[in-house]
Design a protein around this ligand. Structure first.
Ligand SMILES: Nc1ncnc2c1ncn2[C@@H]1O[C@H](COP(=O)(O)OP(=O)(O)OP(=O)(O)O)[C@@H](O)[C@H]1O
Ligand SMILES: [Mg+2]
Length: 462
């Protein structure tokens, strides 16, 4: 509930304003002097302070100045009488939200307070968002490989050099690109990402260079391309190994001449964008097999940066697990869970074919699924299934194991629910239909959180 502190020496004003503000659903306290106001604010935080300018003793303006000195962040609405509008204006210049004049219109005062609260909420959201974005882009890890990677990023960032980032899926290539941008002189410019693998071949040119109206069916209006949008900033060409040779030729031209032409257009547009690129492919091999242009490779590969696989920096795993846990806890508004030492050992033994992204997903799953405050090796038993069967740490595995598990569980749960519905919830008949033991079906239902129908004849049997 939003909280308001009223400061006015007139008892009539205090009671009338408290009344209407409480009716609005706010928690309201009222005091009669600047000294009392500061004393209150020392004990409790208020969202909005409604502060009379004329007060006996310390006046409203002096009180407000003290609040700012003490870095009290409440929004402040001043109440001014006829004689002291200038003071009110001064207060606004010092950062007060607004002022209302005496004689007070209750309606107007409520409106101003409501706006002040909205402003405060926006500021709080903004702050939370900024903290989150900051945390999202920190590169966590103290392993030798990570320290080296951070050094390379710090060295490459301030130059205008093109950087080609190599690494397996989910190792943090995009994170490296964002860090380079944020540490560069272009940081206040745009960071534009293009996933070359996700865009259909016919559309990639228009995506990169834009198009003019009527250039092709469906081009109903002019559209600016990603190169143009990244002017003054950075363009990040992700999965660069997935561009066709034709697109590669056009990208090469932009890199050479710093100009581009929208599809179907005749004007040439000058662009000043720093190009960062990433790939999980072996580009020299792609060049040998004729799928990637060698001249483009040399243009892009000015500074090569290699992001190591997670299994090659196991000492970072506990730090990363804690980092994701803290971030998720903030996001979900829950307390972070702690990893027991045996859980951390299990995490470090797992080969992480999906690298850091897979670890982040797993931590989110644990956040949701583990009921207690502590995560133990038992909560991670399913990871072992990924390792048994002689799969070596360095062998690439089919898609992330945890995803496969999830998909299978979802499918199985759904399948059982359908079978139950078809048998009107009768467990024996459902078990028959599925060709499994009744006790087995019960176990699965419990595991998937499916409640047996109340009137089922075998309700008590397990
Ligand atoms: N060192 C790190 N510290 C903190 N978070 C990281 C780190 N490395 C990666 N991440 C996080 O892991 C996730 C995957 O990283 P990112 O998308 O940068 O990887 P990628 O190499 O681009 O993956 P893909 O090849 O699948 O595109 C992101 O959420 C990223 O923030
Ligand atoms: Mg990526």
């Amino acid at each position: 509930m939003p909280s308001i502190l009223l400061v006015d020496d007139e008892p009539g004003v205090r009671s009338a304003l408290s009344g209407v503000l409480r009716d609005e659903g706010y928690e309201v306290d009222a005091v009669d002097s600047g000294e009392a106001c500061l004393e209150r604010l020392g004990r409790q935080a208020y969202d909005v302070v409604v502060l009379d300018i004329w007060l006996p003793g310390m006046d409203g303006l002096a009180t407000f100045a003290r609040m700012r000195e003490r870095q009290i962040e409440s929004q402040v609405v001043m109440i001014s009488g006829h004689g002291n509008i200038e003071s009110a204006v001064r207060a606004i210049k010092m950062g007060a939200f607004d002022f209302v004049e005496k004689p007070l219109s209750l309606e107007k005062t409520v409106l101003v307070v409501r706006n002040a609260l909205r402003q405060r909420r926006l500021e709080a959201e903004n702050q939370a968002l900024r903290a989150k974005v900051g945390a999202q882009h920190t590169m966590v890890g103290e392993s030798h490989a990570m320290v080296h990677l951070r050094e390379q990023v710090a060295m490459a960032a301030p130059t205008n050099g093109r950087v080609l980032i190599y690494g397996e899926n989910g190792t943090g290539k995009e994170l490296v690109a964002r860090n380079i941008h944020e540490m560069s002189r272009r940081r206040s410019g745009p960071f534009i990402e293009v996933n070359c693998a996700a865009i259909p071949e016919e559309l990639i040119e228009s995506e990169l260079f834009g198009h003019v109206r009527g250039a092709f069916t469906g081009a109903v209006a002019d559209r600016r391309g990603k190169f143009e949008l990244s002017h003054g900033g950075t363009i990040f060409l992700d999965e660069i190994g997935d561009m066709t040779l034709k697109t590669q030729a056009k990208v090469l031209r932009v890199l050479q001449e710093q100009v581009m032409e929208p599809v179907g257009g005749s004007t040439r547009i000058r662009v000043d964008a720093r190009v960062l690129a990433a790939t999980n492919k072996d580009l020299p091999a792609e060049i040998r097999s004729g799928r990637f242009r060698e001249d483009l490779y040399f243009r892009l590969n000015v500074v090569p940066i290699f992001v190591p696989a997670l299994r090659d920096r196991q000492e970072d795993i506990p730090l990363l697990a804690d980092h994701f846990m803290a971030m998720l806890a903030r996001e979900y508004g829950r307390r972070p869970k702690t990893f027991e030492p045996d859980a951390l050992t299990a995490l470090q033994r797992y080969p992480w074919p999906g690298n850091v992204r897979e670890l982040a997903n797993l931590v989110e799953r644990l956040m949701i699924m583990v009921p207690g405050e502590r995560i133990t090796a038992r909560d991670l038993a399913f990871l072992d299934h990924g390792i048994v069967g002689g799969i070596e740490a360095s062998t690439p595995m089919p898609a992330a194991m945890t995803q496969l598990h999830d998909a299978r569980d979802r499918f199985e749960r759904d399948y059982i629910l359908r079978a139950l519905a078809a048998q009107q919830g009768n467990i024996s008949r459902t078990a028959d239909a599925l060709g499994i033991e009744r006790s087995n079906l019960y176990r699965k239902m419990r595991a998937f959180g499916i409640m047996p129908a109340r009137k089922s004849e075998d309700e008590e049997a397990v």
